[in-house]
Design a protein around this ligand. Structure first.
Ligand code: ADP
Ligand code: MG
Length: 222
């Protein structure tokens, strides 16, 4: 079986006011099913940029990227959106829930954008919400939740589609350490079920929950 993610010599440069600013420089990274990888590194080192590239939200300037053996850089928009919605779950530091929608509506939302069969949207959303322990908060709006509950709702949204990989950008960054521990336990439990996890953190203790660790500095893995 090919790796889930196979990135070779990936580079990304941002153009800021006509000046080319290199952000990632020759990144190599493999992620297999069941991996739990932490990414650490100073602010501005390119961690979020790398996570966006892995998540197919952005394109590199050069290099190769295969997802389950398929060349991502050769995928059509339709294929990209298929993988983004079905195979990849995103969790952000700021939760990114829609304020006007209930927990259930937030978790169901990605199904609206998923191409193809979304017949089990309600059932799978309810299941995901129960899995993160928010069964009694289904109809609450984000403003009626604690920080930890908001992040659990965001994780429910990421797992409802049963992705093969979860990309988490400082998922505990806005939480106190006790609440953050609950989120890490949740991620570890998903990982036990073979969901691959790539998690950015600046906290060595948070990173210690991962099975392998990479550090990125000035756009390179060191
Ligand atoms: P990290 O997550 O490690 O803090 P980022 O990947 O967010 O770092 O950013 C790396 C560098 O790229 C920073 O210098 C940032 O200012 C720059 N950058 C990030 N996104 C953009 C963008 N969309 N346009 C221009 N520059 C960007
Ligand atoms: Mg970042």
């Amino acid at each position: 079986m090919p790796p889930l993610v196979d990135i070779q010599n990936l580079s990304k440069t941002y153009d800021i006011k006509g000046r080319a600013i290199p952000v990632l420089n020759g990144i190599n990274l493999k992620v297999d099913p069941g991996d739990f990888i932490s990414i650490m590194g100073p602010s501005g080192s390119g961690k979020s940029t790398l996570l966006h590239l892995i998540g197919m939200l952005d394109r590199p300037d050069s290099g190769r990227y295969w997802f389950k053996g398929q060349s991502v850089l050769d995928m059509s928009d339709q294929q990209l959106s298929h993988y983004r919605s079905k195979a990849i779950g995103f969790v952000f530091q700021t939760f990114n829930l829609i304020p006007g929608l209930s927990v259930l509506e937030n978790v169901k939302l990605p199904f609206l954008y998923a191409p193809g069969n979304t017949g089990h949207a309600l059932e799978r959303s309810v299941q995901a919400i129960e899995q993160v322990g928010l069964g009694n908060r289904m109809d609450h709006k984000p403003s009626e939740l604690s920080g930890g509950e908001m992040q659990r709702a965001a994780i429910a949204r990421a797992i409802a589609m049963e992705p093969e990989i979860i990309l988490a950008d400082e998922p505990t960054g806005n939480l106190d350490s006790g609440t953050g521990k609950g989120i890490l336990t949740l991620l570890s439990r998903l990982n036990d079920k073979k969901v691959a996890i790539v998690m950015i953190t600046h906290d060595a203790h948070v990173a210690s929950h991962a099975r392998s660790h990479i550090t990125i500095k000035d756009g390179e893995i060191i």
